[in-house]
Every structure is written in structure tokens, then in C-alpha cells.
Ligand binder design. Structure first.
Ligand code: AMP
Length: 275
């Protein structure tokens, strides 16, 4: 596995037949393993799987967990090696961002509700760094997880709007045994918070299984179940259209239930398609 830390080295590297990129912030877990597996399938045996590990300061809001975000460098490197990654791109923040940077990439519609409302500037940071990674590594395809449902929709929109010649491949959400979506942030949870966090998937599946068509009723049911976990503090629970991410009142073929919930200081997100 080749490890690159500078943009110049990454751009100088000869191109494989087909390169598939998995952008991550590291602290790699089971879900990243699946993204890499899908990337390998998409790259084919002559192709190349590239993983980027970059904790992107631009997508953390002031007072967010940028400084305490886990950075287990050695373990991540081993993880990639064992997963058969060909190219690991691991630049520093100084390498990626010039001190006087003044150009950003911003999606202005899908980024407004949900995470965008709770985390102003977050998706501008995401779009900017993903564009830069696309320019630096020039992949033919890139793999993203449905766990970050809004992010995936925004990346697809950005790729379309800015004519990146890159196929976006989506991976369904990977979960722990009790249903909690795998996340690097789960390790912040203390044992009691971790136990109670399983309520999120129970609430999502219960809300889906009622077959309720009224978004208000779906949300009310999910909120009621989540509030049974006394450590849970809801940020939002909303039903949206999967394409536009705008709120909907009646869940048709395109309904998705999305939530963000705090357990202590840890903010977890999850979602489920309602059809
Ligand atoms: P992160 O390292 O958290 O920025 O995530 C890197 C990529 O992994 C993103 O495309 C995420 O959507 C995806 N991802 C993270 N957790 C999961 C999960 N539990 N299931 C599917 N994809 C995930």
C-alpha cells in the first residue's frame, strides 16, 4: 500500500486503469471496511482503491469536536493494509488549506434543512473538501454511505451541477448488532449512553413499520420512543422527500425519516427510508 501525504505526490502518481475513492475522516470501523470492499468491486482487479483520511477542519463548527475527533493513525494504516487498499492519502490540514484560502464550494438547496440548519457551514466544508479530493485524486468513482443521507444527496447534486466525471456509489447503512449505525463518534459514548443509543434504530424501524402515511404521526411515534431513553436529547426528527430533502406531510414513495439525537455531548445521526 502506497501512503501519500502531499498533494504534489498524489497528483504525480501514475493513474491506474480505474481508480475508486473512499473519502473518510479516519477512526476506521466496520462500515469503512464495507465501503472499501464495494470500492474494490467497483475498481476491478486491475483498478486501484484509494482511501483518503482527513479530519476536515472546515466541516466542524466552532466549539465542535474537531480537536477531540479520534485520530488513530497507526491503527487506520493497518486497517487499510488489511483491507487491501492500494493508495492511502493522508494529508495534514496545512497541506490541504492555504492560510489565505478564499474559494469554497457551496450547494445551496439540499444543504439548507436538517443537518444544514443544525450545523451552519458544515456542508460547505464537506463540498469544498470533497471537490478538492476529486481534483487531487481524480477518481473514476467514489463511494459514500447512506448513513449520511443528506451528505450523499448533496454530493450527487454537486457532481451533477459541477460536471465532475465521477460515478457516485452509495452503501446502505452498516449497523452494530443492536442496530446502532456504526460511527467513529460511537466511541465517545459511555456504557450507559451506548446502551440507550440503540433506541434510535428501534424508533426508526417502529416508525417505518406502522405504515403511517402522516409525517406528523410518524415523527410523533419516533419522538415518543426516543424520549423513553432518558439520556436522549432530540435535535431533530423529520420526514423529508428523499430527492429534495424538503419536509413532506404525507409519506409517499419517496419518504425518508431522518434524525439527530444527542447522548451526552455526542450527537448521533441516522435515517430510514419509509417505503
Ligand atoms: P466518516 O469517516 O465518518 O466521514 O465517513 C466516511 C464515509 O463512511 C462516509 O461516506 C459515510 O457516509 C460512510 N459511513 C460512515 N458510517 C457509516 C455506516 N454506519 N454505514 C454506511 N456508511 C457509513
Amino acid at each position: 500500500m502506497k501512503i501519500l501525504t502531499t498533494i504534489a505526490d498524489a497528483q504525480a502518481r501514475p493513474r491506474a486503469k480505474r481508480r475508486v475513492l473512499v473519502p473518510t475522516m479516519g477512526a476506521l470501523h466496520k462500515a469503512h471496511g464495507e465501503l472499501i470492499r464495494i470500492a474494490r468491486e467497483a475498481a476491478g482487479k486491475d483498478g486501484e482503491v484509494a482511501v483518503s483520511i482527513f479530519v476536515n477542519p472546515l466541516q466542524f463548527e466552532p466549539g465542535g469536536d474537531y480537536n477531540r475527533y479520534p485520530r488513530p493513525e497507526k491503527a487506520d494504516e493497518e486497517f487499510c493494509r488489511n483491507a487491501g487498499v492500494d493508495l492511502l492519502f493522508r494529508p495534514s490540514a496545512e497541506e490541504v488549506y492555504a492560510a489565505d484560502r478564499s474559494t469554497f464550494v457551496e450547494e445551496t438547496s439540499l444543504s439548507t434543512p436538517l443537518e444544514g440548519k443544525s450545523r451552519p457551514g458544515h456542508f460547505r466544508g464537506v463540498c469544498t473538501v470533497v471537490s478538492k479530493l476529486f481534483n487531487i485524486l481524480a477518481p473514476d468513482a467514489a463511494v459514500f454511505g447512506e448513513k449520511d443521507f443528506q451528505q450523499l444527496a448533496i454530493i450527487r447534486r454537486m457532481v451533477r451541477d459541477l460536471n465532475f466525471n465521477i460515478e457516485v456509489i452509495a452503501l446502505p447503512t452498516i449497523r452494530e448488532e443492536d442496530g446502532l449505525a456504526c460511527s467513529s463518534r460511537n466511541q465517545y459514548l459511555n456504557p450507559e449512553e451506548r446502551k440507550q443509543a440503540a433506541v434510535l434504530y428501534r424508533a426508526l424501524t417502529a416508525a417505518k413499520d406502522t405504515g403511517q402515511k402522516s409525517a406528523k404521526d410518524v415523527v410523533a411515534l419516533a419522538r415518543k420512543l426516543i424520549n423513553k431513553a432518558h439520556l436522549a436529547r432530540i435535535d431533530y426528527v423529520e420526514v423529508a422527500d428523499a430527492e429534495t430533502l424538503k419536509p413532506i406531510e404525507v409519506t409517499g414513495a419517496n419518504g425518508v425519516l431522518l434524525l439527530a439525537v444527542f447522548f451526552g455531548k455526542t450527537r448521533l445521526i441516522d435515517n430510514i427510508r419509509l417505503t
